[in-house]
Design a protein around this ligand. Structure first.
Ligand SMILES: C[S@@+](CC[C@H](N)C(=O)[O-])C[C@H]1O[C@@H](n2cnc3c(N)ncnc32)[C@H](O)[C@@H]1O
Length: 414
C-alpha cells in the first residue's frame, strides 16, 4: 500500500528534502534570536511565530516537525543568550513568544497539541526567561490569516516570523505575502512553493508581467522545457526574485537543490534589515548543496548573460565560494566607485545584500585582499582582518590604486 506523505495519524514520513529544510529553518531561527538579543540594555524580546501549515509536529521516525523545531530552537537560543549575558555581567533577556499554529485538518491539530504540550510544560518548569503561549487554529490558511491578523494587531506584535510550508501547492496568495511584509515593522517569511504554480499564476493574472520580467518568446520556450536545465533555473530564479522583491526588501530566490528538476523553492524574505539576509546566506553555506542558484556569484547574481562564462551553478560549497571571492574582488571596488569614493559599510550591505549569494566571510575577505578598497574604522584605522570588519566602518577607495584589474574585468560583459 502506498503511504500518504503527511499521514500524521499513522506516522508521517520525513522526506530527505524536508529534513534539510528543517535544518536550515532551525539554524536560521536560532541565529535570528541571537542577533535580535544583542543589545546590552535589552531585557525583553517579543515575537510571534506563525506556522501556517503546521502539520502534526512529529514524524514517524521521531524527528520534530516545524512547530516543535521553533520551540526547541527558542529554548536553545535562550540558554546561549542568557549564559553569555551572565558571563558579561549583563541583565537577562526574557522571551515573550506567541506561537500560532494552523493546519486545516482538526485531527492533525489534535495530534500537534499532544506533541507540543510536554515541551510547553518543560519550559514552564525550567525556563524562567521564556513566556511561551501557543494558539491552535484549524482553517485553510487564507481564512486563518484573517484571524491571525486580528491577533497580531490586537496584541501589537512588531516582530513576526511566518513559516508558510504549503507542500507544493498554491495555497498562499502572493497578495497575502505582500500584506505580511508590509504590515509589521520586522517581518520574516519562510515560503515554500512549487515554481510552476507561480509561473501559472503570473501567466493567468498578468501575462504582461512575465514580459516585463524579460521573459520573451525564447525564454518562454526554456520555461516550458525540461526543469533540470541550468538556464531554466536561472530564468525561474529571476522571475521569483522580480515577483517578491517588489515588496520585500530582502528575498533569497534560491531553489531547493534537485539535479532532476528544480521544482520547489524555499524562499526567505525579510522586510527590515540586510542582517537577516546576511545570516540566511551564511546558514546556506553551512548547509551546502541544499539550495541552488544559477548565474553570477559576486554582487550581481542575477545579471545573467549567455555570453558570460561567469554564469555557473552555485551550491554554496567550497568551490563556489572560491569563484565568488574572485568575482567580489572586482565587484566591490566597482560598486564603491559607482557610488562615489567611499560609503558607510552598513549602506554598502543594505544596497548589495539582496543581490548576492555570497558568504559574509567572503565579502570581508575580498575587502581585505583588495588592492582598490579598504575598510576604515571610525578612528581612521585600516582593518587588516576580515573578522574585525564592522558595519560601523567606512568602505573607501585606497589612495594609491592599481586600476588595471578593474578595467580588465570591465571589458567583460556583466
Ligand atoms: C508540508 S505539511 C507541513 C509540515 C510541517 N510544516 C513541518 O515542517 O513539519 C503541510 C500541512 O499542511 C496542511 N494543509 C494542507 N492544506 C492546507 C491549507 N489550505 N491550510 C492549512 N493547512 C493545510 C496539511 O494537513 C499538512 O499537515
Amino acid at each position: 500500500m502506498v503511504q500518504k506523505a503527511y499521514d500524521w495519524k499513522n506516522g508521517a514520513v520525513l522526506e530527505d528534502h524536508s529534513r534539510r529544510k528543517h535544518k536550515i529553518i532551525g539554524e536560521y531561527f536560532y541565529d535570528y534570536l541571537l542577533v535580535r538579543c544583542r543589545r546590552p540594555q535589552q531585557s525583553l524580546f517579543r515575537l510571534a511565530i506563525i506556522d501556517g501549515f503546521a502539520g502534526g509536529g512529529r514524524y514517524q521516525c521521531g524527528s520534530p516537525g516545524s512547530p516543535l523545531i521553533f520551540i526547541e530552537e527558542l529554548v536553545r537560543a535562550n540558554s546561549t543568550v542568557n549564559l553569555s549575558r551572565i558571563d558579561q555581567g549583563l541583565p537577562p533577556v526574557s522571551f515573550q513568544c506567541l506561537l500560532i499554529v494552523n493546519d486545516f485538518d482538526p485531527e492533525v491539530i489534535n495530534i500537534l497539541r499532544e506533541n507540543v504540550s510536554p515541551l510547553v510544560a518543560r519550559i514552564k518548569e525550567t525556563n524562567q526567561n521564556i513566556n511561551l503561549q501557543v494558539k491552535f487554529l484549524t482553517s485553510p490558511f487564507e481564512k486563518a490569516f484573517i484571524e491571525i491578523e486580528k491577533i497580531l494587531n490586537s496584541e501589537k506584535y512588531t516582530n513576526v516570523v511566518f513559516n508558510l510550508d504549503q507542500c507544493g501547492h498554491s495555497l498562499v496568495e502572493v497578495d497575502t505575502v505582500k500584506k505580511i511584509v508590509s504590515s509589521y515593522p520586522s517581518a520574516e517569511i519562510f515560503f515554500t512553493f512549487a515554481i510552476q504554480s507561480l509561473i501559472a499564476f503570473l501567466q493567468k493574472s498578468d501575462p504582461s508581467k512575465l514580459i516585463r520580467y524579460g521573459v520573451g518568446k525564447e525564454e518562454l520556450a526554456v520555461l516550458n522545457g525540461p526543469l533540470n536545465r541550468e538556464e531554466w533555473l536561472g530564468l525561474a530564479e529571476r522571475i521569483v526574485f522580480e515577483t517578491f522583491s517588489k515588496f520585500a526588501g530582502f528575498v533569497s530566490p534560491f531553489s531547493i537543490h534537485n539535479p532532476n528538476g528544480w521544482r520547489y523553492w524555499l524562499l526567505h524574505m525579510a522586510n527590515r534589515s540586510f542582517r537577516a539576509r546576511q545570516v540566511f546566506n551564511d546558514v546556506l553555506h553551512r548547509n551546502k548543496n541544499m539550495q541552488a542558484h544559477f548565474g553570477r556569484s559576486g554582487l550581481n547574481m542575477l545579471a545573467y548573460n549567455p555570453d558570460n562564462d561567469a554564469n555557473a551553478l552555485y551550491l554554496f560549497g567550497e568551490e563556489d565560494r572560491k569563484a565568488a571571492t574572485e568575482e567580489l574582488i572586482y565587484d566591490i571596488p566597482r560598486f564603491v566607485t559607482d557610488s562615489g569614493s567611499e560609503m558607510p559599510l552598513s549602506d554598502f550591505y543594505r544596497q548589495v545584500y539582496n543581490g548576492t549569494p555570497a558568504h559574509s566571510d567572503d565579502i570581508h575577505a575580498a575587502i581585505i585582499e583588495s588592492s582598490e578598497v579598504q575598510a576604515v574604522t571610525r578612528h581612521g584605522g585600516v582593518r587588516r582582518k576580515g573578522t574585525s570588519i564592522r558595519a560601523e566602518d567606512v568602505l573607501k577607495l585606497k589612495p594609491q590604486r592599481s586600476f588595471f584589474p578593474m578595467l580588465a574585468k570591465k571589458n567583460k560583459k556583466p
